[in-house]
Design a protein around this ligand. Sequence first.
Ligand SMILES: Cc1cc2nc3c(=O)[nH]c(=O)nc-3n(C[C@H](O)[C@H](O)[C@H](O)COP(=O)(O)OP(=O)(O)OC[C@H]3O[C@@H](n4cnc5c(N)ncnc54)[C@H](O)[C@@H]3O)c2cc1C
Length: 426
Amino acid sequence: MQDIATTILVCGGGIAGTVAAIAAARAGAGTLLVERWGFLGGSATAAAVGQFVGWETGSGRQVVHGIAEEIVARLVARGAADGHGHFVMSTGHRMDRVNYDPEALKLLLDEMAAEAGVRVLFHAGLMAVAAARRTIEAVTMLTKAGPLRILPRIVVDASGDLDLLARAGAAFLPLDPSESLQPATLMFRFGPIDFAAFEAIPPAERAALAREGVARGMLARAALHASRMPGTDDAWFNIGRVAVDATDPFALSAAEMEGRRQAFRAAAFLRALVPGCAAGRLVALAPQLGIRETRRVRGLYVLTAEDLRAGTMFEDAIAIGAYPIDIHPAQGAGLHFQTLGEDHAYAIPYRALVPDALDNALVAGRGISATHEAHAATRVMPLAMAIGQAAGTAAAMAAAGNLPPALVPAAALQTRLRAARAHLPG
Ligand SMILES: Cc1cc2nc3c(=O)[nH]c(=O)nc-3n(C[C@H](O)[C@H](O)[C@H](O)COP(=O)(O)OP(=O)(O)OC[C@H]3O[C@@H](n4cnc5c(N)ncnc54)[C@H](O)[C@@H]3O)c2cc1C
């Protein structure tokens, strides 16, 4: 088996892992980014989510900047995103968003990774992890050429499902008996749409139509939620719902099939009954089911919904968020959506990125140490990018200082993040 050494290994090229790798490489660390598909972005591209939400407080104060904002600016400059805007959710809440083209995002992430000097390995699935004495010593990926053993100094697990940490023996946070994993959704692209007619549907009629779709068994979620593809008359629809534990391979396989079934039924409903959609058809399915929630690591701090509601500005804050607590229930067609206040923001502490059971690992993205409820706020992509930027920067600092990530001084990390235009308290 071939061995390669790297200072930083980022496992998972989702939006968080890609930003983490860019940040680590920009900080001067040799960085290898491994990804099971042939493109970067994770849910942002492979699940074709199509909109970044959660940049602002309710009163319009932007709290996520840094590499996340750089990505938006570069997408806007090439006509692949429509810039910061707003929409009204099925719950009636006004939400900020940036619609983007997932295909253009793939290309941009390739370019940004290359410019930063990240070494990217595609078509590489995690195979095995060797860990001893709280340290990950080797990570074996299955590639086209067979197993490849990577010897990293610091590992950032950004696989969303935290597959690497699971094999390294990390501890994870349990669900409470009253909680379930958030369901998955297979996004689909539908068009052409007469957007003037579609957007003119009054909110009460839109809600009644969505309920009608559920009553007829054609919609799994009582919403007509869509993000328009910039420059087209198509939209990506997020109106399916499949309850699944995506770490169970056979359950995930069945869920992919159920997601496709739901998407075609939902498209038939749109065409038959929804104003503006009569000429449309299902143009594309996202390459994979979008997974909202799986493992959440047990870190040095567990972020809670109470922390978010209180707006606790931790001393080791590495990112600021403002997105509400947004829980798609595993059963039923509704949404549990709790706003947190007009100009309300909260902080993510660095300790929530540090697994308590390992000395050379960090987490980036949706798997950070947060309760089920807190995760329902922190999972959105602007925050995943901000957390990724912090994780990559911290990994590079740990490697440069020959320190375990837990001992990276928070104040020095904050100074580095601010210099890279991240938004932090104070
Ligand atoms: C259907 C849906 C709708 C959403 N809507 C919105 C929205 O409107 N706006 C918003 O901002 N957020 C939204 N979110 C949330 C957001 O998209 C995700 O929480 C976020 O993208 C997670 O990013 P991540 O990088 O942490 O993880 P992921 O996107 O899950 O990325 C993980 C990466 O790791 C790779 N990987 C996984 N396992 C392995 C392995 N074993 N070996 C190698 N590689 C591996 C994957 O291929 C992937 O590239 C939505 C999520 C879903 C699922």
